[in-house]
Design a protein around this ligand. Structure first.
Ligand SMILES: Nc1nc(=O)c2c([nH]1)NC[C@@H]1CN(c3ccc(C(=O)N[C@@H](CCC(=O)O)C(=O)O)cc3)CN21
Ligand SMILES: O=c1ccn([C@H]2C[C@H](O)[C@@H](COP(=O)(O)O)O2)c(=O)[nH]1
Length: 283
């Protein structure tokens, strides 16, 4: 929580106003932030200075793991977060690759599970990583990349958290996650939970101990219409002690994650938080 507050304060104190063409809004912006989560000690990085809808964040990550390309599938899991990008962005609505209502196109998990090969067929990046880690193998290229510039024109949004790089040291699994663009009031609240949960889940299904997760953000911003709420409401609140996450121990394989897992398989205990804050969302 301290790291999150420090980043918010840094943006407010040192940020530069930058015009964003895609959304037509100005963003107060800093470059480079490094967040670290101790997954081994289960220090779940859940925001306490407002109510965080952590289940939607995990649902979104589970949807990426499953390779979903449709906002309706995300809704079924419990995340409405892709509705706007799939259905309200004019550039995407007019894109000939859009397959209809709720289609997100070739984004995130589609690239993670079915990256198209120029010579035909697809690559399942996540399955290769899980198979290797289960055998105790880290080939120094255990990389899950959602960033495929050759298919940006076939998706509703370029991935923000675009690369997850796993590493094994003995029996301990580490994760470095890279994010090119971060909506700190809305997106980061989710992304912190996602990086933490991704390491916890992949460690669990590969039989490894989770270690640290390192989360690198390049462009960290607050949209102009979010600034007053952040500065005058959220940052005026005192944080509570961190919560902890528990994951159903019956989840033992990638197939379990793909088939029967729901949000009921995740629980958060000791979550003390301030009231919800409704931040404006920019499509
Ligand atoms: N401008 C922008 N910011 C983002 O954070 C973002 C995007 N676009 N587009 C793609 C995904 C979708 N994400 C989202 C979308 C919506 C919420 C959101 O509305 N959160 C509310 C309520 C969540 C709920 O009720 O489940 C919140 O208070 O956190 C959060 C992240 C993160 N990403
Ligand atoms: O997981 C996510 C997904 C998206 N965001 C934010 C970051 C930006 O505010 C927008 C994406 O806009 P671009 O113009 O493509 O950078 O969504 C996030 O914080 N986390």
């Amino acid at each position: 929580m301290k790291q999150y507050l420090a980043l918010c304060n840094r943006i407010i104190d040192e940020g530069t106003w930058i015009e964003n063409e895609r959304t037509g809004k100005r963003c107060l912006t800093v470059i480079n932030a490094d967040l670290i989560y101790n997954v081994e000690k289960n220090e779940f990085p859940l925001i306490t200075t407002r109510k965080s809808f952590w289940k939607a964040a995990i649902a979104e990550m589970l949807g990426y793991i499953r390779g979903y390309d449709n906002a309706a599938d995300f809704r079924k899991l419990g995340a409405k977060t892709w509705d706007a990008n799939a259905n309200e962005n004019l550039a995407w609505l007019n894109n000939p690759h859009r397959k209809g209502e709720d289609d997100m196109g070739r984004v995130y998990g589609v690239q993670g599970r079915a990256w198209s090969k120029p010579d035909g067929g697809t690559i399942d990046q996540l399955k290769k990583i899980v198979d290797n880690l289960k055998k105790g193998v880290d080939d120094r290229g255990e990389i899950l990349s959602f960033y495929n510039p050759g298919e940006f024109h076939m998706g509703c949004l370029r991935p923000c958290m675009h690369t997850h790089n796993f590493s094994l040291l003995g029996d301990t699994l580490y994760l470095n996650s890279f994010q090119r663009s971060c909506d700190v009031p809305l997106g980061l609240n989710f992304n912190q939970v996602q990086v933490f949960t991704l390491l916890a889940l992949i460690a669990q299904i590969t039989g490894k101990k989770p270690g640290m997760a390192y989360h690198k953000i390049v462009n960290a911003h607050i949209y102009e219409d979010q600034l007053d709420l952040m500065r005058d409401v959220q940052l005026k609140r005192e944080p509570f002690e961190p919560a902890s996450l528990s994951i159903n121990p019956d989840i033992k394989s990638l197939e379990d994650l793909e088939t029967w897992v729901t949000m009921d398989d995740f629980e958060v205990s000791n979550y003390q938080h301030h009231d919800a804050i409704k931040y404006p969302f920019s499509v």
